[in-house]
Design a protein around this ligand. Structure first.
Ligand SMILES: [Zn+2]
Length: 89
């Protein structure tokens, strides 16, 4: 099993949930959208993984980024969390 496929499948990003319930795609930079475009931010990955909704503000954005690293990458990318070790439940 090579690492190439994993890197391609797992592309994490912070998505925004629109008022109609849709979630933005990987090409949307939520930080550049108008302030009230989204009702929430969610960590999302191309593999289909979706994190919990967080407030659509800078704090929520950072929380989503941490979720990607600590919740999603755990197990699937053993070497990805050298800076902040994941805490098992
Ligand atoms: Zn993934």
């Amino acid at each position: 099993m090579g690492a190439d496929g994993i890197a391609d499948i797992h592309r994490g990003y912070v998505a925004g949930r629109y008022r109609d319930g849709a979630v933005s795609d990987v090409w949307t930079d939520v930080t550049r959208c108008a302030e009230r475009t989204f009702v929430a931010y969610l960590a999302r990955c191309r593999c289909g993984w979706l994190g919990d909704p967080h407030p659509a503000n800078p704090d929520g954005y950072h929380t989503c980024q941490h979720e990607l690293i600590n919740n999603h990458s755990r197990g699937s990318r053993p070497n990805a969390s050298s800076a902040s070790p994941a805490v098992p439940k």
